[in-house]
Design a protein around this ligand. Structure first.
Ligand code: MN
Length: 258
């Protein structure tokens, strides 16, 4: 049997499961809220053009309105000033969007501290147990934050000092972006940086280092608890928006049943 035939047989007989890591898109999907004086993107919405009626008697269709960085989405290199000469979302090589996924679970630490930041030591400790981070792979940070994914307020967890959501330290972001061959990083929170990422050096270091080093970010993931630490395969599918800095995505994980 060819490799692809084995894969398709596994999908057909259930020995390979497909897990959807995507939040649904609707006007109430939680989104980033930048503080003044910054300008926010629009939320997702559907606008009915016809519904089996006069404007289209046999069909229903909508216009969609959305920002690029809404819901479960991908950040392309040109999203950030450090990656401004890099790929837009339409020119990312598609081979880099499919690859091995590894999951680092810090949900217990995040239960204690919503401002938890992953450090390089946490990654090297993980590697000592599970092996090196994979080439062309995705590091997925499991924080448990997807439990808030249907609640804008809880998802951003903001108070007068800003948003309190977990992420990755500046030092770890630099190390992951420059010392590994990952394609990118995936998180369960609204953005790839921690809620208090503006206070780090450089500000928003995951954006700065990953997008500036031809790596990608994916956000608002769900169901990471259904993935093994290693061995899953990720399929990340952004719309090929010409000149786009990002896109809503469908993220699917292929997992072998034990
Ligand atoms: Mn984004």
């Amino acid at each position: 049997m060819t490799i692809l035939n084995s894969l398709m047989a596994g999908l057909s007989d259930g020995s390979i499961r497909v897990i959807d890591l995507t939040n649904k898109l609707s006007p109430s999907t939680p989104t980033l809220r930048l503080p003044e004086p910054f300008e926010n993107l629009i939320d997702f919405s559907l606008d009915e053009v016809s519904a089996y009626n006069d404007p289209g008697p046999f069909w229903k269709h909508h216009n969609i309105h959305t920002g690029e960085h809404i819901g479960t989405h991908l950040d392309a290199p040109i999203h950030w000033i450090s990656g401004r000469e890099g790929h837009d979302v339409s020119s990312i090589p598609v081979e880099r969007l499919m690859g091995p996924a590894v999951v680092i679970d810090v949900s217990e630490q995040v239960d204690e501290n919503p401002d938890f930041l992953l450090e390089t030591d946490d990654v090297t400790a993980w590697e000592a147990e599970y092996g090196p981070l994979p080439e062309n792979g995705w590091l997925l940070l499991r924080t448990g934050w997807d439990r808030y994914s249907q609640d804008q307020e809880a998802f951003l967890n903001a108070d007068e000092t800003g948003s309190h959501t977990p992420g990755i330290s500046a030092e770890a972001a630099l190390w992951l972006a420059t010392e590994t061959k990952l394609s990118g990083v995936g998180v369960e929170t609204v953005g790839i940086d921690a809620g208090r990422g503006a206070e780090l050096d450089p500000p928003f270091p995951v954006h700065y280092h990953f997008l500036g080093n031809d790596k990608y970010g994916i956000t608002s993931l769900q169901n990471l608890d259904q993935l093994p630490p290693t061995g899953a395969m990720l399929v990340v599918a952004p719309l090929p928006i010409t000149g786009g800095t990002g896109s809503p995505i469908r993220v699917l994980a292929l997992v072998e049943n034990a």
